[in-house]
Design a protein around this ligand. Structure first.
Ligand SMILES: Cc1ncc(COP(=O)(O)O)c(C=O)c1O
Length: 390
């Protein structure tokens, strides 16, 4: 029966997107744990602590108070208004609440933005190294991700020159940039972001800014593209700063011309975002002070790693400006960071992600370490890796 079903059903070619290699690392780590080993998890990019207590309390109250139904497609009005106010409070810029669309994590926002902006075949520039789903979702939708390799000289960011050069080869529809970025944790200074937004506007192309790691900036404050242009699509989420990955809630700030398209798309694709998560997200803003405390913990972890890693031989690290990632060049130890990460896991029980997930060209030289765990774990990870590398 199963064999027959397999013959009849052929997955579409567009669904054939690559899987995350980090899943292999996680599976290997789980096997070690089943056998009683204690793994320090630096492979998964998520906070180790729960949502703000204000968010959890609001969700509890909503659960007992009765019915949770569909909501307005673009989100409940108080949440859209609160997100708009966040732009005024944090960046000093006015955003009309009607431009805010609440989404099922920033992940859903990407699909909506791509569908609202692009036709099949459109070319969209993404940075290497970069978050793999950008490329994979664009491909699944029939668009063409154009990978722009970033380099130390440009502080690991796409520059106006790179963007325009690629646009001259064949027209681009938009760049998609993230600052702070994943996997590097590197940020674009405000002027660099301003110049890139201006270059895109000058060429008459769109701009998508993934701001999911905003709030987690240590080197200098992150700038929002919402302040620089009202034609940029700005994407954000409650997953990282607010520690709400499992609640699956995020948002977009849209150019006025896209509001109705996104409304229609989300209405058809999802009807609305889970009501419970919207209620919790609204209350999460009251937990900012608590989340600042969590951020201080990341800052301490960052200090521990930046002091300890160079001493054990990880001395080529990209600028660790924000998010909770550190991207280290391990080419002095190996020619294949996937094998390196595998051996390190089995021999030290420290799990990290090989760079190949994020960069098909240069990733085999790098590993990504997530420092969202505890201070004790960071200290122990440095000790374990140091003993192994000796
Ligand atoms: C750069 C970046 N963008 C977007 C996402 C998606 O997050 P979410 O869908 O939880 O908002 C992630 C998740 O790790 C990420 O690292």
């Amino acid at each position: 029966m199963l064999d027959e079903a397999r013959r009849l059903i052929t997955p579409s070619l567009r669904s054939n997107v690559p899987a995350f290699m980090v899943m292999d690392v996680m599976a290997a780590a789980a096997r070690i744990e089943e056998e009683g080993g204690r793994v320090i998890h630096m492979e998964v990019g998520q906070p180790a602590v729960p949502a703000p207590t204000s968010a959890i309390a609001a969700a509890r109250a909503a659960l007992v108070s009765g019915r949770l139904g569909y909501t307005e497609t673009l989100g409940i009005a108080p949440l859209r208004a609160r997100i708009a106010r966040h732009y005024l409070e944090t960046y000093g810029t006015d955003v009309d609440p009607r431009r805010v669309a609440v989404t099922t994590g920033s992940s859903a926002a990407f699909t909506l933005a791509f569908l609202a902006l692009f036709e099949p075949g459109d070319r969209v520039a993404v940075a290497l190294p970069g978050y793999p789903p950008y490329r994979h979702v664009l491909s699944a939708l029939g668009c063409k991700p154009v990978m722009i390799e970033t380099v130390q000289a440009t502080r690991w960011a796409i520059t106006p020159e790179m963007l325009i050069a690629e646009h001259r080869k064949a027209p681009l529809k938009a760049p998609l940039v993230a600052s702070p970025a994943n996997p590097t944790g590197t940020m674009m200074p405000a002027q660099a972001l301003r110049d890139l937004v201006a270059a895109a506007e000058g060429e008459g192309i769109n701009f998508i800014s993934d701001e999911i790691y905003h709030g987690l900036d240590y080197a200098f404050p992150a700038e929002t593209a919402a302040k620089l242009s009202d034609t940029a699509v700005v994407i954000n989420s409650f997953s990282k700063f607010f520690c709400m990955t499992g609640w699956r809630i995020g948002w977009m700030v849209l150019p006025p011309a896209l509001i109705r398209s996104v409304d229609r798309l989300q209405g058809n694709l999802a009807i609305s975002v889970p009501a419970l998560s919207q209620i919790a997200a609204l209350a999460a803003f009251d937990g900012r002070a608590e989340m600042e405390g969590v951020k201080h913990g990341y800052e301490e972890n960052r200090r521990i790693l930046l002091a300890g890693l160079p001493k054990i031989g990880f001395d080529k690290i990209l600028p660790v400006d924000g998010a909770f990632y550190l991207y280290a060049d391990v080419s002095r130890f190996c020619s294949d960071s996937y094998e390196f990460a595998k051996h390190m896991l089995t021999q030290t029980h420290v799990a990290v992600t090989p760079g190949v997930d994020f960069d098909p060209l240069q990733g085999s030289r790098f590993i990504r370490l997530c420092y969202a765990g505890s201070r004790e774990e960071m200290q122990e990870a440095v000790e374990r890796m140091g003993r192994w590398l000796k």
